[in-house]
Design a protein around this ligand. Sequence first.
Ligand code: DX5
Ligand code: ZN
Length: 222
Amino acid sequence: MSRKNILAPSILAADFRHLEDEIQAAVSAGAEYLHIDVMDGMFVPSISFGMPVISSIRNATDCFFDVHLMIEDPDRYIEDFAACGADGITVHAEAAKHLHRTIQSIKSRGLKAGVALNPATPLCALDYVLEDIDMVLIMTVNPGFGGQAYIPAMTEKIRSLRERADRLGLDLDIEVDGGIKLSTIRQVLRAGANVCVAGSAVFNEDTGESVRTLLKIMQEEA
Ligand code: DX5
Ligand code: ZN
């Protein structure tokens, strides 16, 4: 099955003083998703931003808003994130008390539903929900901060998940998040990932050029 490779720049690494310009630079260079990392200081140590920021940048672009909720009990906030402009919402299996219900809540609003797994969480956490979701996010670092190093053991985890999805005949997006850059992107694509989050590898002195370089590799590997 050939599926589309998509780059999802994470705005966590952007310069918030110039957020709209940063977004325009990434989108006009060809990025189709914007990855939006919401952190609550409970599920992960850090706090990032929430609904007001997302509503505000919704006016800046039509691109797909890929909202990654690193928050406890995300069920409480699905309605709010849908209302502020999310196109897809990903929740952590470790943080959702009633994961199945949360997935249904996301889908009932017409949004793409994703489930994220921390590096130490086994793939069997997806048992009984895999056929209901559009995307699995394999965390390739421990969530909470940008700029961390890729955890090599995750390559095998991506491969096992892609094999399982293929065996079940599922058209599943596999997203990877953390430490994705020029030196790691090929191995995750070859293992079966097709949505690549990149923060620090995209938002830098030349955001447009960084996007084009990563997209070129993603096209070569498709
Ligand atoms: C980590 C976040 C990531 C992070 C990726 O908790 O979910 O999206 O911003 O950043 P880089 O690409 O710098 O590792
Ligand atoms: Zn993320």
